[in-house]
Design a protein around this ligand. Structure first.
Ligand code: ARG
Length: 586
C-alpha cells in the first residue's frame, strides 16, 4: 500500500493524456496546507512547453479519472494539492491492521548483505567509540531485513593486533603466565579484571619504553604464527574477553549472527596478498609491501614545508598490505575478510559502520579489493561514517579525568538515571525495566540524529518522559497496553473516521510507512524517529480528546479499539527496527 506511488502513477497518467510525457513526484504536505500530499513539479514544465504552469496543472488534473479516494486541487501558482478521502484513509487503516507488515512494502529487488558494525577489540574494554556503530548497525540491519534484504551481521572482533602482544607481555611480566611458560606448576586463573588492568598499563609502557614495544611486536608476531604457548594463552585471553564483550553487546540489544574476528581472516591473508601480487599491483617500499590506490585529484604535491618535507593536497597514501617482519596489518585482515566473505556468500553489498577516523583505511581497502577483483564487479562496498558523541562541552565524551569512557560505565549511568526517574514516578524500579528505559533513551537520542552528524550526549534530555525521547515513545505504548487491558473482552471492529484526530493518526501512520524507504536510501534512521514521534503525538492528542474506555456507542468504541491496536502495531514495528524494547510498566 503505497499512496505516493499510486498518486505519482495517476499524475503521470493525467499528464500523458494531456500531452505531457513527464514524471511528477509527490510528497507529503505540511498539515497547514490543508491537504495530505502535494506535487510541486509542474513549474519545471513551464519553459519546456512554453505555457503558463497554472494552466498545465489544471489540464493534468482534468485528465485524471475521478474516483472517491483522491481529490486533486490546483492552487496558485501551480501546486497540485491532493486530499485523501476519509473513506480511503479508513480503508487503508483497516488494511494495515490486517496486513502482516502493516502495509509496508518490501523492496523490489532484495539484496544479500553483510553488515560489519561491531569491531570490539579483544583484551581491551569496549569503549564509547564502539557505541554508535553498535546502535546504528543493529538498526540498519533490522531495517534492511524488514524491507526484504537478506542480512548477516558480523561482529568482526579486533583480535589480531598489537594489543594482544602488549597484554600478554604485561601479564607475563606480572608472573601471571608462569605456568604456561613452564616456570611454575601452579596454574594462575586469569580473570577479566587481569585483562582490564594489563592492557592500559601495557599501552602506557608502549609509549614510554621502546624495548617493551619492540618485544610486544615480536610477541604479537609469535601469536599470529600460532607458536605455543603464545597462541594458547591468546586463546584463553580471547575467550575471556569475548564473554565480556558479548554481555555488553547484548545489553545494548546488538545481536551478531557471526562472531568472527580478524583472526579468522588470518588464514586468507597470504592468499589475498598472492592475488594482489599476481595482478602486479604490489611493490616493495621500505621493506613493506604496498599497493598504490590514489586516484586522479589526489596526492597533488604542494610547496615543501619549512622542514623540507613534501606535502600533498588531498593525500591518499599507498595501502600497506604486509609489514617488513611479515606480520599481518589491519588493512590486510580487512582485505582478507572480504575475500573470506566472498568465498562464503554471494553478496550484493558489504557495509561497515565506524567513525570517521577509519575513512582512509576503508577507502584504501575498498580500492585494493576492487583493483584486484577480490570484490567482484557490481558488489557495493560501503563505509557508513558515524559522527561522534560529544559531551556538553562539544568535545568527544570523556570521563572527568579525561579518559575515554567504557561502554559498561555508560550503560551503568543510564540505568541509574532511569531508576531515579522511575522512583520519582512511583513505578517499579527493577533492573530489567531500568535497563530497557536507560538504553532506549540513549538509542533514541542517538538515532534521531543523522548518522553522519556529531551530537551531544545529554542524559537529562534523552531521559525525559516528555518530548521527542525514547521514554516518551515507550510510555505511549505502555499506555496503549493498559487501555487495551482495561477493555479486555472487547474485540474491536472496523475503523471509521469520526474526527480530524483519527484522520491525523492514520495520516501519520502512512507517513511513518513511507519513511522506511527514505531511511534505507539514506542509511540513517532519523526520519523514522521523527515519524514515530509524530505518530505518538497524534495519538496523544486523540486520546486527550476522546474517552475511549467509556465510549457508549459500541461501533465507535470498537473503531477506537482497532485504531489503538493499529497505532501499537506500527509503533512496535518501528521500535523494533530501532532495537528499543518496551517495558511492562513505567
Ligand atoms: N576494531 C576496530 C577498532 O576498534 C574497529 C573495526 C571496524 N571494522 C572493520 N572491519 N575494520 O578501532
Amino acid at each position: 500500500m503505497n499512496y505516493i506511488k499510486t498518486l505519482e502513477d495517476l499524475l503521470q497518467y493525467g499528464a500523458k493524456k494531456a500531452g505531457y510525457n513527464e514524471k511528477l513526484s509527490v510528497s507529503f504536505s505540511d498539515k497547514k496546507m490543508g491537504c495530505d500530499f502535494q506535487c510541486n513539479g509542474v513549474f519545471a514544465l513551464t519553459k519546456k512547453y512554453g505555457k503558463n504552469p497554472f494552466d498545465i496543472a489544471n489540464e493534468i488534473v482534468n485528465n485524471i479519472d475521478k474516483n472517491d479516494m483522491f481529490e486533486f486541487v490546483v492552487a496558485r501558482p501551480a501546486f497540485i494539492n491532493i486530499c485523501i478521502s476519509d473513506k480511503a484513509f479508513a480503508r487503508g487503516a483497516n488494511f494495515m491492521l490486517e496486513d502482516e507488515k502493516g502495509g509496508l512494502e518490501k523492496n523490489e529487488k532484495p539484496q544479500k548483505v553483510i553488515l560489519d558494525y561491531g569491531g570490539a577489540n579483544v583484551a581491551k574494554a569496549l569503549h564509547i567509540g564502539h557505541l554508535r556503530p553498535a546502535i546504528i548497525g543493529e538498526s540498519l540491519k533490522r531495517l534492511y531485513k524488514l524491507l526484504g534484504d537478506e542480512v548477516t551481521s558480523d561482529v568482526h572482533l579486533g583480535d589480531w593486533g598489537l594489543q594482544m602482544g602488549l597484554t600478554e607481555l604485561q601479564l607475563f611480566e606480572e608472573g601471571k603466565l608462569d605456568y604456561y611458560f613452564g616456570k611454575s606448576n601452579q596454574e594462575y586463573n586469569l580473570t577479566i579484571e587481569d585483562l582490564n588492568e594489563a592492557y592500559p598499563l601495557a599501552n602506557k609502557r608502549k609509549s614510554a619504553e621502546e624495548d617493551f614495544k619492540k618485544r610486544a611486536e615480536e610477541w604479537t608476531l609469535k601469536i599470529q604464527q600460532k607458536v605455543s604457548p603464545y597462541y594458547d594463552v591468546y586463546k584463553i585471553i580471547r575467550h575471556l574477553s569475548v564473554k565480556e564483550i558479548s554481555i555488553n553487546y547484548s545489553k545494548l540489544g546488538a545481536n551478531f549472527d557471526l562472531w568472527y574476528g580478524e583472526s579468522d581472516a588470518s588464514e586468507y591473508c597470504s592468499e589475498a596478498v598472492e592475488i594482489i601480487k599476481s595482478q602486479g599491483l604490489a611493490y616493495e617500499s621500505e621493506g613493506a609491501l604496498v599497493v598504490d590506490v590514489a586516484e586522479e585529484g589526489e596526492n597533488i604535491p604542494t610547496d615543501k614545508t619549512e622542514d623540507g618535507q613534501q606535502r600533498f593536497l588531498n593525500p591518499m597514501p599507498p595501502c600497506l598490505i604486509q609489514k617488513s617482519n611479515g606480520a599481518d596489518l589491519y588493512a590486510t585482515t580487512d582485505i582478507a575478510t572480504i575475500l573470506m566473505r566472498n568465498k562464503m556468500y554471494k553478496l550484493d553489498r558489504i557495509e561497515y559502520v565506524t567513525d570517521g577516523r577509519q575513512k582512509m583505511h576503508f577507502t584504501q581497502v575498498f580500492r585494493v579489493c576492487k583493483k584486484s577483483g577480490i570484490s567482484p564487479e557490481g558488489q557495493q562496498l560501503v563505509h557508513i561514517i558515524n559522527g561522534t558523541m560529544n559531551g556538553k562541552d562539544g568535545k568527544p565524551f570523556k570521563t572527568r579525568s579525561g579518559d575515554t569512557i567504557k561502554l559498561e560505565d555508560i550503560i551503568g549511568l543510564l540505568t541509574e538515571k532511569a531508576r531515579e526517574k522511575l522512583k520519582s514516578n512511583n513505578a517499579s524500579q527493577d533492573d530489567d525495566t531500568a535497563l530497557i528505559i536507560g538504553v532506549g533513551a540513549m538509542k533514541f537520542g542517538d538515532l534521531s540524529n543523522t548518522v553522519s552528524k556529531d551530537y551531544v550526549f545529554d542524559i537529562d534530555k534523552f531521559m525525559s518522559f516528555e518530548g521527542k525521547t525514547g521514554p516518551y515513545l515507550q510510555y505511549t505504548v505502555v499506555r496503549i497496553n493498559s487501555i487495551l487491558e482495561k477493555l479486555e473482552g472487547k474485540e474491536g471492529g472496523e475503523i471509521h473516521i469520526y474526527s480530524e484526530e483519527e484522520r491525523d493518526i492514520i495520516r501519520n501512520i502512512v507517513k511513518l510507512n513511507s519513511s522506511y524507504a527514505v531511511c534505507y536510501r539514506e542509511r540513517s534512521l532519523n526520519g523514522l524517529c521523527n515519524s514515530l514521534y509524530d505518530l505518538a503525538s497524534a495519538f496523544s492528542t486523540f486520546y486527550n480528546n476522546h474517552n475511549v474506555t467509556n465510549e457508549s456507542d459500541e461501533v465507535k468504541q470498537n473503531s477506537y479499539i482497532s485504531l489503538l491496536k493499529l497505532v501499537r502495531k506500527k509503533m512496535l514495528q518501528a521500535l523494533d527496527v530501532l532495537a528499543i524494547k518496551v517495558p511492562k510498566k513505567m
